[in-house]
Every structure is written in structure tokens, then in C-alpha cells.
Design a protein around this ligand. Sequence first.
Ligand SMILES: Nc1nc2c(ncn2[C@@H]2O[C@H](COP(=O)(O)OP(=O)(O)OP(=O)(O)O)[C@@H](O)[C@H]2O)c(=O)[nH]1
Ligand SMILES: [K+]
Ligand SMILES: [Mg+2]
Length: 516
Amino acid sequence: MLPCRTASRQLYNVGSAALPLRYPRCAIRFPRAHSRFFASQNSIPAFSYVQPQAGPDTIFALSTAPGKAGVAVIRISGKNAEEVSTGTPIAVLKMTHMKKLPAPRQAVLKKIYHPSSKELLDKGIVLWFPGPQSYTGEDTAEFHIHGGNAVTRSVLDALGSITQYRIADRGEFSRRAFDNDKLDLTELEGLADLLNAETEMQRKLALRQAEGSLRQQYDGWREQLIKCMALTEAVIDFGEDENIEDGVLNDVLVIVERLRESIKAHLNDNRIGEILRDGIHITISGPPNAGKSSFLNTLARREAAIVSDIPGTTRDVVEVSLNLGGYPVVLSDTAGLRESSDLIEMEGVKRAMAKISTSDMHICLLPLPEIESFERLHGHKILNESITPDTILIINKSDASNTISSKETIERLTKTLGVRHTWLISCKTGEGIDQALESLIDFATSSSALITQARHRFNLSACLAALDMVADYATSDIVLAAEELRQAASAIGRITGKVDVEQVLDMLFSEFCIGK
Ligand SMILES: Nc1nc2c(ncn2[C@@H]2O[C@H](COP(=O)(O)OP(=O)(O)OP(=O)(O)O)[C@@H](O)[C@H]2O)c(=O)[nH]1
Ligand SMILES: [K+]
Ligand SMILES: [Mg+2]
């Protein structure tokens, strides 16, 4: 086996033993509170640990949505108690009048009382999850009570009356889970998205991420990088005076090349993952009276935009948010593209062009009866400018012409314009609408690689840039190559939370609701 002590020293140069206990998972961390502390002390003590806020350490919160509901779940979490007179067990025993804690993870139906006044508050299910086998890794309990506001309020008040207890901050349960190594950053982000998921597709994507599918991939890459680092360090340390196998450096370059390919492919996903979180932006453009507003209304199933036989009806951008087969979509209808002396109409055309350039997908709608004379179409110059090979051409008003004889014209036009996809529809009869819809959805989701956070993309790009340098340096300066490998590994580490992540954490937890 090759010696790899230098590599591991470099990577974990802070030494896991010196790390604050609260962050067992992280190799390097400089929490924000620390930096402030350090700045004011004007010296940087190595890994001194600032206590989190003082005060009661057992937290509780309503974990289900507030308001009228059949059941409300109240969650309690506290340090693993050595005695039942501390932490989470206090509430479980004092509020149910049980003599000892119930069996772990088994529901018991109990009357629930105020811990000091002994007033009966409700009757409900009590669950006891001793740490570390719980969501937060701490001693946790759940009260499943009746969902009315008054009942919920009274149980929360009762919990608040226990001296060691306080109401949880936003995301504090998840934060404790993270601190106790129960979740990593990508799983947390997945969870945050899951809570915010509005459509089925977003939910599935979030669920997948929460289950750690991304983490596995990123961890795999990071492992490969660490292996490369070990090999490179070995060459640096022993290359000159000992017999290191030939081709070790070559092995590194082969792995680096493979990694570069995988990361590139992962990044080259048309932003599908990110798009799904925010919605796919689709812009509909075309000449006046093509039926753009009619198409928007058909997809939106309401009269969102004004339709008339007067060309130039739409002036402003009309946006509609839709759920297309589970996918969040923002659809924009725009002013008909043509040259005009009307200042307001020209402003509309300008806005339409701007919208096209910033959207994720561009649909150009043309009316079938007019495509025969496309070159003579008024405004065809602007139209031409708006079309790229990625534009989806939709020919509308299939009802208004003889489709069979038009087939040839459509094929010719598709070639002339250089687009890859042309569909035929009629907003009037509904012909072709379902297929167009299906194709739209397929189109938007044809990639399997999913990057749901701009942060991932940013760090993966940084990793890729470092790997490019590795290839450059490998033959000239191996020490620099090793440093670039370290940069690459820490870029990936930042995604899963293995390096300084305090800022990300703060941002992330603020997205959580209280009780999660
Ligand atoms: N026969 C037929 N007429 C249609 C179809 N779709 C739309 N129209 C008609 O075409 C005319 C123009 O429709 P709009 O939806 O206002 O067209 P537009 O592209 O939004 O027009 P501007 O906003 O003026 O650029 C209206 O009279 C519609 O009823 C279709 O599929 N078949
Ligand atoms: K019109
Ligand atoms: Mg219109």
C-alpha cells in the first residue's frame, strides 16, 4: 500500500480531535459567531468553542401546521437524560401521570395534564424516542393531540411552564439533527424544499434529495479526490529516493479525467433541478394574431389574456403560473412581433424580445394559413431574429387550412428556420394540444441529473476549475497539482457540509418553519 499520511494530514489538518464536539462531522469550520469573537479578541485561539445561547435546552414546538386540524403533533427534544427528572422525560411523566417512561417508539393513549396545576388538557397519543435513535439524535417525545387551537395552545402553554423548557426556534429540531450527525447539508436542503414543495414533481425531487441520493454521488467524488491526493502526496514524499511504482501519477490523471467528465455531465443538465424548484419559464412569441394569447388561455384554462381578431391586442407581458403535470411553470404571453410606428406597440415588442432571452424555453407560434408566405410576413425579420435552434415551433390554426397539403410547407419552414421541434395545434378545436403539452413536459425534464441548488452548481464549478489545473500542473509542478486537488476536494466538501458551512446553515435554517 502506498503511504498516504501526508495527504490525510493536509486534508484534515485541523485534526478532528480538536474540533468542537457540536460539529463532529466537519473537517474545517469557522462559525460566524467565532469570527466575531475572534475579531473582538484580536487574536485567533485555535478552536476555542463559544457556547450556544444559554438557557433551557429542552425545546418544544407544534410540528404540524397551526389552525384547525384533526390532529396536532407537538414535538419535544432535549439532551439525552441521565435521570427521568431532567430533559424530555419530565414532560412525558409529569403530563401523563405515568410512573415510568413508555416503551420506546410505541404509541400509548394517555390523558394529558398540566404539569403543575394538574388540570386535564386533552387525551392523546404519547410517543417516546430515547436518543440517539430519534430525529434529532436527542431524547425526543411527541404528543399527538386534538387539533383545535384552544387545545394546542393549552398544551404548548403547559410545556412552557416547565422551567427547563423553551419554544424552539425556526428549524431548530433539524439543526440539532444536523449537529448530531443525523442529517447532512444536502439532506437538509432536500427537507427544506420538501416543506416548501408545491407540486408533485417538486415533492418527488425533494424527497429524493432528502434521502441522500445526491450526497452519495458527491461523497463518492470526494473519496476519489482524496485517493488522488494520497497518491500525489506519495509521489511528492517518496518519488525521488524510493521506488514508487511508475505510472502512479498517470493513475491520478486518469481518475481526475473521469471525475471531470462526470462533474461536467452533472453540471450540463440545462439547470433542470434548479428550474424545478423555481418553475420553468416558458415564453410564447410570434407574429400578431398567431393565437398566442389563445394558446396561453388554453393551457391556463381561463381567460388570462385578452383575445381578439385585432392584430396587436397584447402589449404587455402576461404571466401565468401553472402546474403542468406536476411541474411548476411560468408561462408568458407577449406582444406580436412586428415593426410598427406605434410607440407603445414597439415597447411591447422590446419587452417580448427581452422575455425570450431570459426564459428557459421559447415557443414561437405561427398561424398555419400564413406560413406559406412566411418570407413575406410582416415583421418576419424580427421573428427570424427571435428564433434559435432551441426554439420550439408551434403551428397554430390547423383547423383553418388543409393540413395534408400544408405538411410539406411545415417541413420546409422547419428546415429554413433551423429549429428541431415543430408541433401542429389548433386552439380552436383543441387538436394537438394534449400532445404538445406532453412533449413540453418531456422536453423540460429529459435530463436525469439534478442539481437543485445554485450553491451545488457554484461549488461543482469550482471543483471542476481546480481539476483543470491539476491536469495542467501534473507534469510541471506536482506540489501545485496536489494543492489544486485539495481545493477540488474542499469544494465538494462544502456541498455536503464537510467544511465551513456556518453561513449556509444560517440561511438554510431560516427557511424552516418552527417545529421542524
Ligand atoms: N381558426 C382559428 N382561429 C384561432 C385559433 N387560435 C386563435 N384564433 C383566433 O385568432 C385571433 C387572434 O388570436 P389571439 O389569441 O388574440 O392572437 P395573438 O397572437 O395573441 O395576437 P396579438 O396579441 O394581437 O399579437 C382571434 O380571433 C382568435 O379567436 C385557431 O386555432 N383556429
Ligand atoms: K389579436
Ligand atoms: Mg395576444
